[in-house]
Design a binder for this molecule. Structure first.
Ligand code: DP6
Length: 340
């Protein structure tokens, strides 16, 4: 029997992926950029065994068995990695042996905290280790077919998912913008407002946005191409001011598109909005942009802040939100070395 265990980190988007041009292959309508977190804090952990006596492919998620063969996304990941293994001539494990997969998240599933990103990245990475193939752009294209945002979690640091233009999706891959060492004092505070499952899952919400929002194509074709270039430059120059402004504007625009969807998708709640107001008031009080918020498809906030400004920001949060929030600090780092 061959067994491999790996962990993979969450990534948080600064320029959001929202909307697909191909549902089945998971091809996005716009590029996105994210930061990968330290795998020790928020991560998925996956163990995969393969043996000739296994009768069927099976999977357990957080201890509960889930259907495998009927799950198109899971099957595409398994088939995709096996295809790469054949192409690489790397056949550590016979391809006709079935697999048993056990995966866990150490944070709430589907609460808008990028659980599917870490989960599918971990699945694909662990399969790649099982069959003996390296992380490369082709592997990110396989992870993308599990969950779009997962392709960005295969690299550490800041990562850009290029939407690509080809119909087969072969150019829709993730590439590292800079490694984790480039901006080591960049930190994230996650303010957990609510860890309940989100009302409209991302897949559904973005589907509905593409068919009903009048604003989404303008965002994808005009705003995002400009923003991705500006944000890449801000990251390369370690220009926190521009980084913060672009990040907050993109979060706000993503939620504006969610509200422009019909029926609307409301992901942020009153506490989320009070965090937005707090961050703007805080930046004004300190006289420069020292904190930036971003919200995914849920009410929880991710605040970007440089390490030297963390204590002051944390103190201000505790004053502003005495009992409502549970802040925790995450550090910027790349994908973890797998443990066998
Ligand atoms: C708001 O990657 O979860 O987090 O591809 O349908 O699985 P599917 O969607 P998913 O969407 C993530 C949306 C987001 C923004 C982002 O991470 O870029």
């Amino acid at each position: 029997m061959h067994t491999v265990t790996c962990i993979a980190p969450v990534n948080i988007a600064l320029i959001k992926y929202w909307g697909k041009r191909n549902e089945e292959l998971i091809l996005p309508i716009n590029d996105s950029i994210s930061m990968t977190l330290n795998a020790n804090e928020m991560c998925a952990k996956t163990t995969i065994s393969s043996w000739e006596t296994f009768k069927a492919n099976r999977m357990w998620l957080n201890g509960e068995e889930v259907t495998f063969e009927e799950n198109a996304r899971l099957m595409r990941c398994l088939d995709g990695v096996r295809r790469l293994a054949v192409a690489n001539g790397a056949l550590k494990v016979p391809l006709n042996w079935k697999v048993h997969i056990a995966s866990r998240n150490n944070f709430p599933t589907a609460a808008g905290l990028a659980s599917s990103a870490a989960g599918y990245a971990c699945l694909v990475y662990t399969l790649a280790r099982l069959y003996g193939i390296p992380i490369n752009e082709e592997l990110t294209a396989v992870a993308r077919q599990g969950s779009g945002s997962a392709c960005r979690s295969l690299y550490g640091g800041f990562v850009r998912w290029h939407s690509g233009v080809l119909d087969d999706g072969s150019d829709s891959v993730a590439k590292q913008v800079v490694s984790p060492d480039h901006w080591p004092n960049m930190h994230i505070l996650i303010l957990v407002v609510n860890d309940a499952r989100k009302k409209t899952p991302s897949t559904k919400g973005m589907q509905r946005a593409v068919t009903t929002s009048a604003l989404i194509q303008h965002r994808a074709k005009v705003v995002v191409p400009r923003r991705t270039e500006e944000l890449t430059e801000a990251i390369q120059l370690r220009d926190f001011n521009s980084f913060a402004e672009i990040t907050m504007k993109d979060s706000n625009q993503f939620h504006a598109i969610a509200l422009d969807t019909y029926p609307p998708c409301v992901y942020m709640n009153d506490v989320s909005h009070s965090i937005v107001n707090f961050v703007h008031a805080y930046n004004e009080a300190v006289g420069s942009l020292q904190a930036a918020y971003t919200f995914d498809a849920g009410p929880n906030a991710c605040l970007y802040v440089l390490e030297e400004n963390v204590p002051q920001l944390l103190a201000a949060i505790q004053l502003a939100f005495p009992n409502d929030l549970v802040p925790s600090v995450e550090y910027l780092r790349g994908i973890q070395v797998p443990n066998f």
